[in-house]
Design a protein around this ligand. Structure first.
Ligand SMILES: C[S@@+](CC[C@H](N)C(=O)[O-])C[C@H]1O[C@@H](n2cnc3c(N)ncnc32)[C@H](O)[C@@H]1O
Length: 195
């Protein structure tokens, strides 16, 4: 995949955590604060969760993201990170699963297996907070993003059958990426509690 992650990392380096992640953390009613930050990038959400008293298990496929997080959270005994992709990460039990703008990069042929692992890792009463791509997104047919995972609304509904949806936002509009490229965004942002 020819995504220039370093350009993205520099753009978002100073950005705070995502509001959806704050909402998800506040929603958590379990007496357990263990989070997975999947495709963590430079750790904007991990940083927030660590400050909220979570133990964070982060992973990212890109070594520069991992290196940045290792430096950023050096010495923090509650932060664990590995350079892994969605399919080879060993998912620990967690009460909060975060996948901000990352899960759609899971190759489509691996998604079902990865989704089963995510669902198995998230404890009952735990919170999922992440983004899935919709089938109308311009990356779906783009050569730059082969094998990207994308879903119809009813396919997303099926994935969350065992969950109570707390927040659901469908973005379907022309826009730009974080690094300023124009594209059509079709993205579902979901916060849901596992029954
Ligand atoms: C748009 S960035 C989002 C980063 C971070 N979650 C944030 O909100 O700033 C997507 C991240 O997913 C990572 N990624 C892409 N494909 C991946 C894969 N197959 N497994 C794990 N991480 C992946 C990229 O390296 C990148 O850091």
């Amino acid at each position: 995949m020819s995504v220039k992650w370093n350009e993205y990392y520099q753009k978002v380096a100073k950005q705070p955590h995502r509001p959806n992640v704050e909402r998800a953390a506040n929603l958590l009613a379990l007496n357990n604060k263990t989070a997975i930050d999947a495709g963590c990038g430079t750790g904007r959400d991990s940083n927030y969760l660590l400050n909220q008293g979570f133990t964070v298990h982060a992973f990212d496929a890109h070594e520069d993201a991992v290196e940045t997080c290792l430096t950023r959270f050096e010495g923090n005994p509650c932060f664990y990170i590995s350079q892994s992709c969605f399919s080879d990460f060993h998912y620990p039990q967690c009460s909060l699963f975060i996948a901000s703008a990352s899960l759609f990069f899971c190759p489509s042929e691996e998604f079902d297996n990865v989704w089963q692992k995510i669902d198995a890792a998230l404890m009952s009463g735990g919170v999922f907070c992440g983004d899935l791509l919709g089938v109308k997104d311009s990356w779906v047919e783009a050569e730059s993003h082969p094998n990207i995972s994308a879903f119809t609304k009813s396919q997303v509904d099926a994935l969350f059958e065992g969950y109570d949806i707390i927040h659901f936002h469908e973005r379907d509009e022309d826009g730009t990426t974080a690094v300023g490229n124009t594209k059509h965004w079709h993205m579902f942002s979901i916060t849901a509690v596992k029954r």
